[in-house]
Structure formats: structure tokens, C-alpha cells
Design a protein around this ligand. Structure first.
Ligand code: NAG
Ligand code: NAG
Length: 366
């Protein structure tokens, strides 16, 4: 009796010990070491902890699935408050490239290699073969080459952030197949070509940040079908054509930045009675009158229409807006008396300068 019981106890102890120390699969460990070998991090020593058999245990920036013990996350941020950064009193810097060896981590769910400033080379094409990927965050490096053409295969992807790199090529049409995507950030790269026409299929998208590229062609009308879209930033591109009227009818759109493009045609009436509170249309070739469509629903922290070809008066309805924090109508061809009213009381002359013949407070009397 006693013997059986002690054997059971020993077996239980062994079982629990083995589940505590069961290391990551050697193949995952080998993939991580190959990934590390392609990178050079001279200042912080973040890879010093990448030793020993168990890559799930105290390897900096690596975490594993508790059940499978497979590597689930690589989370390496070059700008962090962590002790390793505070001790050295500096931000991270790394050179080298992202090795395709990461694609051997078949259960990888997030790949964050952010703000290391010096990592170059291309995004490994093979990441599209990692079906569990939810987060790809490679912001703030020197990555070049194009986005993988078949990126649309990553049907679990919720975050795609490659901002502040040197990514070129076009936005692959397959992007429209990323139906789980919530956050798309391609800002400040060298991406060319049009926004895919079927972009509107990204039904979960809430932020689409594409500014500072070389995108051309029109704003696809399908964008207005993205029910959850709150923030659309297409500024500093070469986007042309008219602004789709339907953008002003979107349920939760609150920031619309289209400044520094080649947009022409009238400003849609819908934009002024929408939920948009941050609207920058500066530096385009927009024509016609400022729509006489302000009302109590018009609440703007920023309304910047400067550097366009707007004509006519500032509509009187603008006085009925709930709030206009920052207004810039300068560098147009507006003419007439500046309306009075509470949204205007705090504004300075610079909001109205360089027009054809505006007059009244805060400019000279009519
Ligand atoms: C999107 O996914 C569908 C279904 O999986 C596929 O048939 C289509 O080719 C994909 N589109 C692109 C542009 O990859
Ligand atoms: C609007 O966009 C222009 C051009 O990109 C920029 O200079 C300006 O600062 C922006 N306005 C506001 C209020 O942010």
C-alpha cells in the first residue's frame, strides 16, 4: 500500500516537474537562434538572455503558448521603459535583417520588431505562411521592398504596422482579404499606385493610416462602407479626383486627413454635418464654395481648408457650429464679410489671410 502510494507521489511530482520545465521544441529554439544571428544589437544586450535549452523561459521578448509550449510572440521594441533600457539610458538600435527563419515558428501570433531604426532588408515573404499571425508591427526600421503580394492569406491579422520604413511597391490587392484587420499603418514609406478598389471589404478596420507615401488614383468609394472606420489619414500622397460624398455619412468617422494631395472638385456638403471633428483638406485643388451646411452637429477641433481654390463668402451657417477650435481658411479666393458668432470669437487674422477680399473682424473692417 505504502509503496504504491509513494510511487504515485513520485510520479505526480515528476509529472508536475516535467510540465514546469518542459522546454520549447528544439526546432523553435533553432529558429529563434537563426533569427538572432541575422541581427546585431550593440548597446543593450537584449539577446544575452537567449541561451539555454528552454526558449520559453526568460528569453527577452519571447513568449510561448502555455499549452503547446510553442513560441507565440516575439516582442522586441527599441523604445521602452523597461529596466534594460533605463540602465543604459538610451533607446534601442539594431542592424541586420529579419531572417526568414521566423517563418519556422509556425504558431507565431505576434511579430513585433519596432523602432530599432537600423534593421534593413525586406519583410520575409514567407510570413504569409504563418496562419496564426494576429499582429505584425515593424514600425521604425529601414525595411525596404514591397509588402508580400499574398498578405491577404493572414486572415487572423488584426494589426499591420510597417510605418516609418522604406517600403516600396504597391498595396497588394489581397490586402482586401484581411477581413480581421483593425489597424493598418503604412505611414511614411515609398508606397506607390492606387488604394485597392475593394479596400472597403476591410469590415473590421478602425484606423487606416496611409499618409506620407506616393499613393495615386482616386479615393475608392468602397471606403465609405467600412462601418467601424474612425480615422482615415491619406495625407501627403498624390491622390486625385473628387472627395466621395459618402465619407460624410460614415457612422463613426471622426478624423479625416486628406491634406497635401491632388484632390479637386467641390467639398461635399455632407462633411460639415457629419461626426468628423478633425478635418484637414489643406493643399489640394478643391473648388467652389464652402458648403452652407454647418449646424449644431458641426463640431470641429480642426477645420483646415487652406491652400485650395475656394471662392465666394464664408457661409453664415458657420456661426451655428457647436465648436470650431482651429480654423484655417487662408490661401483661397474667398470674399465677403466674416460672419460673427461664438465659434469665431477666439480666431486670429491668420485663419483668414491671403484671400481675395474677406473683411470684418479679425481682419480690417468692411
Ligand atoms: C481573396 O480570397 C479569396 C478567397 O480565399 C480568393 O479567391 C481571392 O483570390 C483572394 N483575393 C486576392 C486578391 O488575393
Ligand atoms: C493640415 O495639413 C497641412 C498640410 O499637410 C499642415 O501643414 C497643417 O499643419 C495641417 N493642419 C493642422 C491644423 O494640423
Amino acid at each position: 500500500m505504502c509503496g504504491v502510494r509513494s510511487i504515485t507521489v513520485v510520479a505526480l511530482i515528476l509529472l508536475s516537474l516535467s510540465s514546469v520545465v518542459r522546454p520549447c521544441p528544439p526546432s523553435d529554439r533553432a529558429a529563434l537562434l537563426a533569427f538572432k544571428a541575422a541581427l546585431h544589437e550593440p548597446y543593450l544586450g537584449i539577446f544575452d538572455s537567449w541561451t539555454g535549452a528552454d526558449c520559453c523561459h526568460k528569453w527577452y521578448g519571447v513568449s510561448c503558448d502555455q499549452g503547446t509550449r510553442r513560441v507565440a510572440d516575439i516582442n522586441l521594441r527599441g523604445e521602452s521603459e523597461e529596466p534594460i533600457f533605463q540602465r543604459k539610458r538610451r533607446t534601442g538600435y539594431m542592424t541586420g535583417y529579419i531572417s526568414p527563419a521566423v517563418c519556422r515558428l509556425k504558431r507565431l501570433s505576434s511579430l513585433t520588431i519596432a523602432d530599432w531604426k537600423g534593421i534593413s532588408g525586406e519583410i520575409p515573404r514567407c510570413i504569409t505562411s504563418l496562419p496564426f499571425l494576429r499582429i505584425v508591427d515593424l514600425i521604425g526600421n529601414r525595411l525596404s521592398g514591397a509588402l508580400p503580394a499574398d498578405i491577404g492569406r493572414l486572415h487572423r491579422l488584426t494589426v499591420l504596422n510597417v510605418a516609418d520604413n522604406r517600403i516600396s511597391g504597391v498595396i497588394p490587392a489581397s490586402v482586401a482579404n484581411l477581413t480581421s484587420l483593425m489597424h493598418l499603418d503604412l505611414r511614411n514609406n515609398l508606397i506607390t499606385g492606387p488604394i485597392p478598389r475593394s479596400f472597403g471589404r476591410l469590415g473590421m478596420l478602425s484606423r487606416a493610416l496611409l499618409s506620407g507615401n506616393k499613393l495615386s488614383g482616386p479615393i475608392p468609394g468602397s471606403v465609405s462602407q467600412i462601418y467601424r472606420l474612425a480615422d482615415l489619414d491619406l495625407s501627403r500622397n498624390e491622390i486625385s479626383g473628387p472627395i466621395p460624398e459618402a465619407l460624410g455619412k460614415m457612422a463613426v468617422l471622426s478624423t479625416l486627413n486628406l491634406d497635401m494631395n491632388k484632390l479637386y472638385g467641390p467639398i461635399p456638403v455632407s462633411l460639415f454635418s457629419s461626426g468628423i471633428s478633425d478635418l484637414n483638406l489643406s493643399r489640394n485643388a478643391l473648388e467652389g464654395n464652402i458648403p452652407d451646411a454647418f449646424g449644431v452637429r458641426s463640431y470641429f477641433t480642426v477645420l483646415d481648408l487652406s491652400y485650395n481654390r475656394l471662392i465666394g463668402p464664408i457661409p453664415n451657417s458657420i456661426s451655428s457650429a457647436s465648436f470650431i477650435g482651429h480654423l484655417d481658411l487662408s490661401h483661397n479666393h474667398l470674399c465677403g464679410k466674416i460672419p460673427l458668432g461664438s465659434p469665431f470669437d477666439h480666431l486670429e487674422a491668420s485663419s483668414f489671410q491671403y484671400n481675395d477680399c474677406l473683411c470684418g473682424k479679425p481682419l480690417k473692417p468692411c
